[in-house]
Design a protein around this ligand. Structure first.
Ligand code: ACO
Ligand code: PYR
Length: 533
């Protein structure tokens, strides 16, 4: 149903943080909340009070922040949710540390999960179905009486429903009897097929009338996004998910994919259009905050999402972008990229070269020349897809616009691996204008020594060098048949301000390959600081 409002329940800080390698400190969680409040996310589940000191600290700080006069209006847009479980078997809610911890958290919206699959009731809780219904109903009731808005996460709902539909439904009824505002159907093991999700949601819609019906899926079968979309089409009002699909095992339904699908393609209302235009940035922000590598292959928001490599595709995109783009990249804050490789045609290169010479056309002989040089270089082992910085330098040179800011006249590197730290020395001879400089520097290994020598020589002439940093260094053996004499490809990543460049060197001598990649990086830092690259 187009233009229906679907609320977003973001569980990145809770279920997302249950993912391998994903961590948020209490302070990270506060930064995160502020971003999501700005974005207008409806519900943000931030953790489990009582489970660990970090979550306790977060809720303490969050409640005092929310209570302060200048932040009173945050509740209008975003609700911070505290998560926990029902009371334990044989326990009364009043005695439950979990429930009392939730009330004490200060959050006005609370989500508790409970069992709906008999397998869990019998083997994990080791209790009777009746006791399970009691702990669900009484726990919800206790929180509602404390003045809270309560969601019930029906753990393993779809497995439970396939096993014993009447029992699974009775668990939902117990939560409703307790006064739950929302019921959330969880595919906890992530292995449910889409058809069962659709059926499961439709039956709950027919049988019960919660104020909010939500869906929470995991990605173990690779269907979390599709299953969430199916649930929306079958009638849920709320999607639970995590940015970048972070979460336990194979992760949760990915909000970075779901939101554009629902809003741009299916016509549902989730976020303000300007927030949707910022969604690539938001996804990246969350990965940065979690210190987790961003998956560039993600639909909609990844760098590769609109990266065209095949020559024929780029030719078609230049004629009409709809030929190979399912949406306008700008609608999700992303951009089209043209990759240059041995799969490129003149269209790829022409688009790339227009950055430096806007009037260039596909039939210009310089485009042909660039294609020949690149295909030959790729044949020798260069790979410009990961080294767009070196590619820029090559194109500037072909266009006659390259002014090399210095020349490395000579260099020598010695290593004494038995010396311990700073085991290598490099001496470089560099020509800058009419000045020639010799400098020696030590380093941990020969490449570090060379980098240090170049930087200390050039920093005096070009201050931008001092502000730049090497952020990655990768070596790949191209053909192992010659053992330690094989040709290697070195790719260096360098950051200066908001710019990051990949540069490349290829040689059977790892120092020579590294020197070429390092030099290209330094040239780029200097040229871009002078507005020439
Ligand atoms: C599907 C989900 O993702 S639910 C969220 C799961 N998230 C987490 O587990 C992360 C945070 N968890 C924790 O920090 C800890 O597990 C704590 C603090 C909550 C509990 O720790 P402990 O008291 O040491 O218990 P432990 O984790 O070993 O075992 C879980 C207990 O809860 C019980 N339990 C599990 N689910 C429920 C439920 N829905 N309602 C009531 N009790 C439950 C289990 O039966 C078990 O009890 P038992 O020890 O009497 O057999
Ligand atoms: C509650 C929850 O995270 C799940 O069932 O997957």
């Amino acid at each position: 149903m187009a233009d229906k409002r679907i609320s977003i329940y973001d569980t990145t800080l809770r279920d997302g943080a249950q993912g391998e390698g994903v961590h948020f400190s209490a302070k990270d969680k506060l930064f995160y909340m502020q971003k999501m409040i700005e974005a207008g996310i409806d519900y943000v589940e931030a953790g489990w009070p009582g489970a660990n000191p970090k979550d306790d600290e977060f809720y303490r700080t969050m409640s005092s922040w929310a209570d302060s006069a200048e932040n009173q209006d945050w509740r209008l847009r975003t609700r911070v949710v505290a998560f926990g479980s029902t009371c334990r078997v044989g326990e009364s809610p009043e005695k439950s540390d979990s429930l009392n911890g939730l009330i004490a958290s200060g959050a006005n919206t609370l989500t508790i999960f409970g069992k709906t699959w008999k397998l869990h009731v019998e083997t994990v809780l080791r209790t009777s179905p009746q006791e399970n219904l009691r702990i669900i109903r009484e726990s919800v009731e206790y929180l509602v009486k404390a003045g809270k808005e309560v969601f019930f996460d029906a753990e393993h709902y779809f497995d439970g429903w396939q096993d014993d539909p009447a029992f699974a439904l009775s668990c939902l009824e117990a939560a409703m009897l307790g006064g739950a505002k929302g019921l959330v159907l969880c595919d906890t093991n992530g292995g449910t097929y889409t058809r069962e999700i659709t059926n499961g949601v439709q039956i709950v819609r027919q049988e019960l009338s919660p104020a909010i019906l939500g869906i929470h899926t995991h990605n173990d079968g690779g269907l979390a996004v599709v299953n969430t979309l199916a649930a929306v089409e079958a009638g849920v009002d709320q999607i639970q998910g995590t940015w970048n699909g972070f979460g336990e095992r194979c992760g949760n339904a990915n909000l970075s994919t779901l939101i554009p699908w629902l809003q741009l393609k299916l016509g549902y209302q989730l976020l303000e259009p300007e927030v949707l235009h910022n969604i690539s940035y938001l996804s990246r922000y969350v990965a940065e905050l979690a210190n987790y590598p961003f998956d560039e292959k993600q639909p909609f928001v990844g760098r590769s999402a609109f990266a065209h490599k095949a020559g024929m595709h780029v030719d078609a995109v230049m004629k009409n972008n709809r030929t190979f783009e399912h949406i306008d990249p700008a609608s999700v804050g992303n951009e089209r990229r043209v990759l240059i490789s041995d799969q490129s045609g003149k269209a790829n290169l022409c688009l790339k070269m227009r950055r430096f010479k806007p009037e260039i056309e596909k039939d210009d002989p310089l485009v042909e020349l660039a294609m020949e040089r690149i295909k030959n270089a790729e044949n020798e082992g260069f790979q410009y897809e990961t080294a767009e910085g070196s590619l820029d330098l090559l194109l500037l040179e072909i266009l006659g616009k390259y002014e090399q800011p210095f020349t490395l006249e000579d260099y020598h590197v010695w290593s004494d691996p038995l010396r311990g730290e700073l085991d290598s020395v490099a001496v470089v001879k560099v020509q800058v204008g009419d000045k020639q400089v010799h400098i020696a520097a030590e380093g941990d290994g020969p490449v570090h020594a060379l980098d240090q020598a170049l930087r200390s020589t050039l920093g005096a002439f070009f201050p931008a060098i001092e502000e730049s940093e090497l952020t990655d260094y990768k070596v790949r053996v191209l053909d192992g048949s010659r053992g330690t004499g094989s040709v290697v490809r070195v790719v260096v990543e360098t950051k200066h301000g908001v710019n990051t460049w990949g540069t490349i060197g290829v040689s059977s001598n790892i120092i020579k390959a590294s020197a070429k990649a390092l030099l290209d990086a330094l040239y780029l830092v200097i040229l871009s600081s002078q507005g020439k690259a």
